[in-house]
Design a protein around this ligand. Structure first.
Ligand SMILES: *Cc1c(COP(=O)(O)O)cnc(C)c1O
Length: 395
């Protein structure tokens, strides 16, 4: 069975989009849904919409549309804020769970914002708290009984390398550490069984493979058996047990609701809810098979035609997520020239040309056409043109 549902997305004519790992494509119903929410709910109902349009409950409702994609039980995921904020919340909660330990362990391949949030938190706490980073290959050996929280991103944002979620979580638990997985490049990209691996926390974003749109809310999963013991570090009123009682003191809400912070971004949430319709009935095992077929086809096409590009992702498809990266010293300029040819990927410093594979809206013909256009840029060296050399703010 095919997972391809291109007709559910607005894709510009002539463009092959290989950047759905960074910002997913626009789902067809999204714009109409946003307009409906603005006009019929906000416009017509004004503040009544919080109740009559179900806005207040939306973070939980949308969380329940995400749970099947990560193998989590109902009501174990809260949505809202950005991923950086959710990383902070999960880390703070993890440290509280191991008060006699001082180390957050992560790897040097982690996304900078995750590391920055950990630095901010350890700086604030003082008292010997530290962020320790080792290379991805060294993580397993570096989990010691000093480690309070192991914080890893499942799929490396640069190379697509996959960590073994189950094995590392088991190791962390053997050493008494709490496990936090960042699923930014996993949710909607690879099968995830968060319940099966028994990690305490997982976080992720929804504007990448889940197509929620720029700035779409993040999500946080907390293992149901520990959530009631968590005292949220970001104790906002909407994570309070009775926000409208306006009590002077904070009392956390039931279960995962306590990971909410402030007023939810309703316009983003309704667009995300619309986007998640594309996932109804999608088996992640089938999506994974399609993703591997597309990425294998891409790698062999590029290696046949572009000897100047070096594969920077694991060659074994079982060891990478749904993206493929090639290293090239002039990668920035080359990617600009490739984009000019209608193949949109992106660049990550220092030399990575990155291509994402989203089987919901990419087929084999797209891959063949992308390979042909990339080969044309690389063999003609059209990337040498001056216009491709200046860097924009977002790469
Ligand atoms: C995309 C990504 C982020 C982005 O965080 P925001 O707060 O949503 O901007 C953070 N961490 C990882 C691992 C990511 O891939």
């Amino acid at each position: 069975m095919s997972v391809l549902c291109k007709e559910m997305f607005e894709l510009p004519e002539g463009i092959i989009y290989l950047d759905g790992n960074s910002l997913g494509a626009l789902p067809k119903g999204a714009a109409a849904r946003a307009v409906k929410t603005i006009e019929d709910e906000w416009g017509a109902e004004l503040i009544r919409a919080w109740n009559v349009a179900g806005w207040m409950d939306l973070p939980r409702v949308v969380g329940n549309q995400i749970v099947p994609l990560i193998g989590a039980p109902k009501d174990s995921v809260a949505t809202g804020d950005t991923l950086s904020i959710k990383v902070y919340q999960a880390l703070a909660a993890g440290l509280q769970m191991r008060p006699d330990r001082r180390v957050i362990l992560s790897d040097t391949g982690n996304f900078p914002s995750d590391l920055y949030m950990a630095q901010g938190l350890t700086g604030l706490l003082g008292q010997g708290y530290e962020l320790r980073t080792v290379s991805p290959e060294e993580v397993a050996n570096a989990i010691s009984d000093e480690v309070a929280v192991v914080m890893l991103t499942h799929v490396d944002y640069r190379t697509g390398r996959l960590h073994d979620m189950k094995a590392i979580t088991e190791l962390a638990h053997q050493k008494g550490a709490v496990m936090l997985w960042d699923l930014a490049h996993s949710a909607g990209a690879v099968p995830v069984d968060i319940t099966g691996c028994a990690a305490e926390f997982a976080v992720g974003c929804t504007y990448k493979y889940l197509n929620g749109g720029p700035g779409a809310p993040a999500f946080i999963y907390v293992r149901p058996d520990i959530v009631e013991a968590i005292q949220p570090a970001l104790s906002g009123w909407l994570g309070h047990d009775a926000p409208f009682a306006m009590e002077p003191g904070y009392r956390p809400a039931m279960k995962t609701e306590r990971m909410r912070v402030g007023t939810p971004a309703i316009l983003q949430l309704v667009v995300l809810q619309e986007a998640l319709k594309a996932w109804e009935g999608v088996a992640m095992s089938e999506l994974r098979a399609a993703s591997i077929a597309l990425s294998e086809r891409f790698i062999s096409g590029i290696e046949d035609t572009c000897p100047m590009l070096t594969l920077a992702s694991p060659r074994d498809p079982e060891r990478r997520g749904s993206q493929v990266s090639f290293a090239f010293p002039e990668g920035y300029a080359a990617m600009q020239a490739v984009i000019d040819k209608g193949v949109i990927g992106d660049f990550r410093a220092p030399d990575i040309m990155r291509f994402g594979f989203t089987p919901l809206y990419l087929d084999e013909a797209d891959i063949d056409s992308a390979v042909a256009r990339i080969a044309e840029v690389m063999t003609s060296e059209s990337w040498r043109e001056a216009k491709y050399q200046t860097r924009s703010r977002v790469t």
